[in-house]
Structures are given as C-alpha cells and as structure tokens.
Ligand binder design. Sequence first.
Ligand SMILES: Nc1ncnc2c1ncn2[C@@H]1O[C@H](COP(=O)(O)OP(=O)(O)O)[C@@H](O)[C@H]1O
Ligand SMILES: [Mg+2]
Length: 329
Amino acid sequence: MKIAFVGKGGSGKTTLSSLFIRRLAARRVPVTAVDADINQHLGVALGLTEEQAAAMPPMGERLPLIKEHLRGDNPRILSAETMIKTTPPGEGSRLLRLAEDNPVFDACARTVPLDDGAARLLVTGPFTEDDLGVACYHSKTGAVELVLNHLVDGRGEFLVVDMTAGSDSFASGMFTRFDTTFLVAEPTRKGVSVYRQYRDYARDFGVALRVVGNKVQGQDDLDFLRAEVGDDLVVAFGQSDWVRALERGVQRPFAELEPENARALDALYEAADASYAARDWERYTQQMVHFHLKNAASWGNERTGADLAAQVDPGFTLAEEPRPSPQPA
Ligand SMILES: Nc1ncnc2c1ncn2[C@@H]1O[C@H](COP(=O)(O)OP(=O)(O)O)[C@@H](O)[C@H]1O
Ligand SMILES: [Mg+2]
C-alpha cells in the first residue's frame, strides 16, 4: 500500500507520518518509509540521531544506479541517460517488491530500529533551489517516482512517503501514485486552502485524498475542519505531549503515546487498508503513461535528445503479478 502524507510546511506531515510508521511497526506490519519532504526530518522523527540521519545515503545521488537497475533489459529504454523520472516500466524492466532486498534498497535504504520492530528508511536528500523547479531532470523526488512506478506492492505491506505538496509532484504525476493521500491540515484558513488546491488537482485523476486534522484543540477547531472539508476528514489529532517531549530530545516509549492519538493512528491505518479495494492497476499504468508523455513533450525529449514516447510499452500493465506483454503474432 502506497501512502503519502502531504500538506503545508509546519502542518505536521513529518510528525504524523513518523507516528503512523511507528504504529505500523508496532502492529508488525512491514513498513518502508521515504523522506521526500523539503526539510529532511523523517529520520530524526523516527529516532535517529542527527549524525545517523546525516549519514543516510541520498536517493538523489544514486539516480544512475536506480535507473540502471529498473531499466533491466527493457528494449524500449536505450540507456539510463534517456530514462527520466516518469519513464514507465515495460517488458524487461525490473520491478520492485517491498518484501525483498534488491540493489535499490541495498544502495539507498537503512533499517531504523523502533520500540516495536523496525522500519526501512530511504531519503531523497536535501533539496536545493533547482529541485523546486517544475520539470527537472535531476529532480530528487524523481528517484521516488521511479521507485513508485516500478513497485508491485500488496495488501498488508506499506510504503509511506513524507512529501511536499509542490508543483513538482503535480507536474510529474507523483501525486497520482498513492492508494491513499493523507493531507495534514491545521484548523486554519491556510491549512484548508492547501487542501482545496490539492483537491482541485486530484479531482480528475481519482486520487483518494483524505484529510487528517492536526493541532486541533477543542470543538470549535473540529467544527471548522468539518465545515470546510466535510467527509474527507478522517480523523483529527490534538496537541501531543509525547511529540513535544520528543522535540525536547526526550524519547518516551511509543506505548506511552496518548491513547486518543493512538486511536487516531489506527483510524488512519483502517482508512489506508480500506483503499486496497479501490486499486486499479490499469488506471495506475495509464496515468503513468499520461504523465510520461506530458513530461516527454514539455522537456524530456529536448533534454535527452530522444523520442521518449517510444519508451511506452503499449501491452504492459503493472500489476501485483505482472502480466507479460502479448507476443506479436
Ligand atoms: N500533534 C502535535 N502535537 C504537538 N506538536 C506537534 C504536533 N504536530 C506537529 N507538531 C510540531 O509542529 C512542528 C512542525 O511539525 P512537522 O511534522 O515538522 O511539520 P511538516 O513536516 O509538515 O513541516 C514540529 O515542531 C512538531 O513537533
Ligand atoms: Mg517535514
């Protein structure tokens, strides 16, 4: 299950994704965490020291390796250099499974021990000015998008991405890659306006967008969110002393998280798991192709000097059990 946490800076994306990841680990649900936020704080929120977090290998610097691996012997992708962040898999491509070691995870992932169990963590690496542009060949989140587009994940295993809701994810199609997108919103006009903007982008693509209230204090806050967001609101988190303590450098056992916040995490789990029923690999693959053709035309062809539309394998559909392309008669 591919899950994103998005929202405006400071809303609590990193905090809530880290709590969600801890909760999954405590439930013995296998979880891979990806830090794709502008401010790379997920590792520390999961309990790494600053030094350990700084030693994480950035995916952005391993793009050539990632592309080389995923390309496999797909004859439509002539070289890793012509592979852009939206290049879709086809026959011969290597697909990724969460319950395996592979060269991408070997190069980019580290195991983060948690109170209960552990999580696998990958990070994009720090962002620069360049990364915030619309169409960037070297985009850091491009590494994550390639992983998402080659991932065949099943029910009961999670990939959780802490992500910035920026123009990059809208232009590339990254925002369509998730079974559930949790938009973290504070009960403020700004918080809600980010939701509206995201919803407007998401509407045409069947994106399952759910709002998670955060820093909600009292009934007025809750009423405000309900009125603005309606049924998209899954649950609301209050101020957490457990989180405040962590901010002071005091790591309390996860089992001591406030019971109401632990219940809210379970509500997120239920919502995320329920989105399995809405999975549609055909649509997933079609959207991947749609955004690839868009990116090819707007900058990719010019940038690589190749006709990137030719990378699309018309007979290929990504699926949990990948089906091979039909053989020509
Ligand atoms: N529910 C909460 N209770 C207490 N503090 C919170 C809560 N959610 C977020 N915070 C605090 O708010 C700040 C911003 O949260 P963060 O998760 O870093 O936001 P984002 O990743 O969206 O930029 C952090 O200092 C964090 O500890
Ligand atoms: Mg953050």
